[in-house]
Design a protein around this ligand. Structure first.
Ligand code: HEC
Length: 135
């Protein structure tokens, strides 16, 4: 009983600090054209594992929805960008140009329901760090 209560408390506190940190980060920018470019690469290179709906892959973690938000939502976009650029696709990690990884991340943001704008998502981890991951 006591253990359960304190786990609940820790979860509540984590939730609070997550929300506070996410608020201090800017909303990401990306364009619809960029997300469309990312979609084409995604369907060719990523969908086989992550699924064409981004959460229906048999072989990989979901890139939309609660699990993705729980994993990255407390921080900036540099986290998922780093996984992409250093580990994806697993058969050829880091093989794509940095701008293509930014296009892929723009597509992921689009599918997570974030609004597109008139500035592209940058491929620079330092700038991505200042932009909030979907949360
Ligand atoms: C061969 C199957 C496979 C392919 C193809 C693949 N991935 Fe992955 N991906 C994985 C697996 C497995 C994980 C989980 C890795 C882990 O947790 O250590 C993962 C994790 C990720 C994550 C982190 C998700 C999270 O919340 O932890 C991202 C982002 C990602 N992949 C993006 C991509 C992108 C973009 C592509 C296409 C360029 C791609 N992946 C292609 C198997 C794949």
């Amino acid at each position: 009983m006591r253990a359960k209560l304190s786990i609940g408390l820790v979860a509540a506190l984590l939730g609070l600090s997550t929300a506070a940190l996410a608020q201090s980060l800017a909303a990401p920018t990306y364009t619809t054209a960029q997300a469309r470019r990312g979609e084409a690469v995604y369907m060719a290179q990523c969908a086989a594992c992550h699924g064409d709906q981004l959460d229906n892959g048999q072989f990989a973690a979901p890139l939309v929805g609660p699990a993705f938000e729980a994993h990255w939502g407390a921080g900036g976009l540099d986290g998922p960008f780093e996984v992409m650029t250093t580990q994806m696709p697993p058969t050829n990690p880091g093989a794509l140009p940095a701008a293509t990884y930014a296009d892929l991340l723009a597509f992921v943001l689009d599918r997570n329901g974030l609004p597109a704008g008139d500035k592209e998502l940058p491929a620079d981890p330092e700038r991505l760090k200042t932009m909030a991951a979907p949360h």
